[in-house]
Structures are given as C-alpha cells and as structure tokens.
Design a protein around this ligand. Structure first.
Ligand SMILES: CC(C)=CCC[C@@H](C)[C@H]1CC[C@H]2C3=C(CC[C@]12C)[C@@]1(C)CC[C@H](O)C[C@@H]1CC3
Ligand SMILES: C[S@@+](CC[C@H](N)C(=O)[O-])C[C@H]1O[C@@H](n2cnc3c(N)ncnc32)[C@H](O)[C@@H]1O
Length: 383
C-alpha cells in the first residue's frame, strides 16, 4: 500500500473509531465514546504482533509493520495515558519536594535548553503526542513548533489543546511518518524528540530524516529509550524485560545505547552530549509512580496521579474497565489494553530497577555547519 493510501485509510479509521467529536473528550469519557467494532479492530492490529514470540521472524514482522502497529497502539492507549499521566507522555527525574507536574515540565525545559532553542526559532517536535511538551516549550522559549505525528487521533487532540490554550499562533501539528518526512531540506533551526524515536524500526531511518530537515549548524536533542550497557540480549531474563517493554509500549525492537549513538554518527551528526539521566544517585527514581511506593509521594496534590499509576490504582482501573466492557459502556478490547499496559508498567519498573533500561538517554547532536561531506554519509546510512 502506498504512503498516501495508508494515510487516507488511517484518517478514515480514526474518524470511525473516535467519532465526530474527535479530540474534545479525554480519558474514560473518550473511551466510552469509542466505536465498538473499530476498537476491536485497533486492539487486534496492535496485539497481533505481540504473541509472546521473540525469534527473528517475529521481530522482523514487528519491524516491517511499525507504522500501522504504532498507529493502532496509540489509538487504543491515548485515553488511558491522559487519564493516568496527563498530556506529556514521558518520564522525568524527581527532585525532593517537587510535584509531578513540575518535574515533567522541568524535563522538557532542560531538553529545550540543551537543544539551544531560542525565541522565534522554528522547531520540529518529532513524535509530538498530544502536544504537552510542545505547548510547554513554546511558552518557555517563545519558539514556534511544528509537531509531527503519525497518529490522527493525537493530532486532533494536540490541535484542540493549542486552540484552547491560545497557542495556535505558535504551533501546528501535522500527520506524517518520521521515517519519511515531507518537509523541505534545511527547514528547522532545532529539532527535538521525547521518548518517540524508539518506535522506529531502524534508528538511522529517523535520524537521517531529522538530519535532512535540520538547518546546517542546527541541533537535535533527544530523550531516547534504550537498553543500557548492562543489557545482554542473550540473557533470557534480560530479554524478557525488554520484551515486556516492547509489548506494553508498542515498540518493534528496543535497541542498545551504542546502536543509537552510532546511528547518529552514521547519519553525519556530531554527538555533543551523550548522558543517561537515569544513571544517578537520585533519592526518588524516575519509575516510582509505577511502583506504588507511597513513601515517594511528594505532596497531597499528586495523590490522584499516584493512585492511578500505582499497582493498586492500576488494578482498580482494570477492574472498572472490565466491568464497563461487560456492561457495554466501554468498547470491546479495552480490558486487553489495560492488560498490555500492565505489562508495560511491570517491564519498565524491572528495567529501571536493574538499570538495564533507560527512558532518558540524552543525546545532543549537531548537524555540521559545513554539510557537504556529511550529507553524503547520511544518504549512505539510509540506503
Ligand atoms: C511508550 C513510550 C515510548 C513512552 C510513554 C511513557 C509513559 C508516559 C507511559 C509508559 C507506560 C504508561 C502507563 C500509564 C501511563 C503512561 C505510561 C507511564 C498508565 C499509568 C495509565 C493508566 C493505566 O491504568 C495504567 C498505565 C500503566 C502504564
Ligand atoms: C510516548 S509518545 C511521546 C509523545 C510526546 N513526545 C510526549 O512526550 O508527550 C510517542 C509518540 O511518537 C509518535 N510516533 C510513533 N511512531 C511514529 C512515526 N513513525 N512517525 C511519527 N510519529 C510517530 C506516537 O504517535 C506518539 O505520539
């Protein structure tokens, strides 16, 4: 199927699944308005590749179908994400006494600072979700942001929120696959990506597209999801944790940190910063909201968030959704989604505790001001 046909079909499917008021409802109320048949199809499309197999063939199928699989994943999890986490779909470090919202915003400010984003810069947000980080970074720096996303439902939501918060002048959201970008070469002053490029079947694919659309001398800053140096692909326990993360988070294949760093270099980038922000002595670990360890909760205002993300809260949501599904209030397949998200939570905590995985490998990479030689390298990397 051609890229244009796929886009058209995904847009039509999104309308069928989420209805005409697409984007305006959030969380459980949005879940309750979904079309039953379309939801069943979306869940099936997402889960068909995660049948417990981790052999090369199964992996190959997941890599090949990355676009539809991710599109379907976000069609079914977005409402749960917003209900449980808010509108920025990423992790962050926690400082003592800091609220959940402040920690999430600080993580975004830090990336904007490391990318060197300034007022009036034209910035690309690769895999922008429902625009939480784009809105924060636009307010924080005064830049203009284009959010790129292959999920129509999230784009509709991002546009709705930009309008609602009077930010439409500073931002726009467009549909597209980050493996094949439609923007002109050398368009953006800066590019950033937050916990999104891990959905790529090959990192050189997305990084070389970013390289192409970035102006010479511009920087790309990313929080990458990778397996750390402690990870051994041949260790069954390690592979199980990586598989849980892949299954629960809609990722075709988790890559090792060296693969990511090398991919940036292969595309012609000069890597200025390469730092795992999760590798620290923080008293409060990044994954704590998913552990249900109440001792870490920093203030009363965050109690609702921590209940929803904790083990107990997740069991409560699963039971509630399962009852809603039985009585026809939630579409069929919703229970399976909560089960997959449970896998995500378990895998992420196990990966975090063992330091086999990090969701915040910070890379800051520069496209050289003089690009002649490196453009050739970047073309070679995508072939
Ligand atoms: C998938 C990628 C690359 C990034 C998303 C990171 C996080 C925002 C999500 C990873 C696992 C998610 C879960 C939830 C919210 C969003 C995540 C933390 C829930 C807490 C949402 C409410 C459900 O009842 C349970 C979910 C567990 C997993
Ligand atoms: C975990 S979310 C992060 C969203 C956002 N960066 C944030 O922090 O809120 C990953 C995002 O990447 C997007 N994505 C995944 N694969 C993509 C692709 N091939 N092209 C464009 N966007 C993609 C998803 O639709 C989703 O919005």
């Amino acid at each position: 199927m051609s890229e244009t046909e796929l886009r058209k079909r995904q847009a039509e499917f999104t309308k069928e699944l989420h209805g005409n008021e697409i984007g305006r409802k959030t969380g459980l109320s949005a879940l309750m308005s979904k079309n039953n048949t379309a939801q069943k199809e979306a869940v099936q499309k997402y889960l068909k590749h995660w049948d417990g197999k981790t052999d090369k063939d199964a992996e190959e199928r997941r890599l090949e179908d990355y676009n539809e699989a991710t599109h379907s994943y976000y069609n079914v999890v977005t409402d749960f994400y917003e209900y449980g986490w808010g509108s920025s779909f990423h992790f962050s470090r926690f400082y003592k006494g800091e609220s959940f919202a402040a920690s999430i915003a600080r993580h975004e400010h830090y990336l904007a600072y490391k990318a060197g984003i300034k007022k009036d810069d034209l910035v690309l947000d690769v895999g922008c979700g429902v625009g939480g980080p784009a809105r924060e970074i636009a307010r924080f720096t005064g830049c203009n942001v284009i959010g790129l996303n292959n999920n129509d439902y999230q784009i509709a939501k991002a546009k709705y929120y930009a309008e609602k918060y009077n930010l439409s002048d500073q931002m726009d959201f467009v549909k597209g696959d980050f493996m094949h970008m439609d923007f002109e070469e050398n368009t953006f002053d800066r590019v950033y990506a937050i916990e999104a490029t891990c959905h790529a079947p090959k990192l050189e694919g997305v990084y070389s597209e970013i390289y192409k659309v970035l102006k010479p001398g511009g920087t790309f800053a990313v929080y990458e999801w990778v397996m750390t140096d402690n990870y051994d692909e041949n260790n069954a326990e390690h592979r199980k944790i990586a598989y849980e993360i892949e299954l629960g988070d809609g990722i075709p294949k988790m890559f090792h940190v060296d693969v990511a760093k090398q991919a940036l270099k292969n595309c012609g980038f000069e890597v200025l910063v390469s730092e795992d922000l999760a590798d620290n002595e923080d008293e409060i670990p990044w994954y704590y909201p998913l552990t249900g360890e109440w001792k870490y909760v920093q203030n009363l205002a965050n109690l609702a968030t921590f209940f929803r993300t904790s083990y107990l809260g997740r069991q409560f949501t699963t039971t509630m959704v399962s009852l809603m599904e039985r009585f026809g209030l939630a579409p069929e397949g919703s229970k399976e989604v909560t089960a997959a998200l449970e896998n995500a939570a378990v895998g992420l905590v196990a990966g975090g505790r063992s330091k086999l995985f990090t969701p915040m490998m910070l890379f800051v990479a520069k496209k050289p001001a003089e690009v002649e030689a490196s453009t050739k390298t970047s073309k070679k990397a995508t072939q």
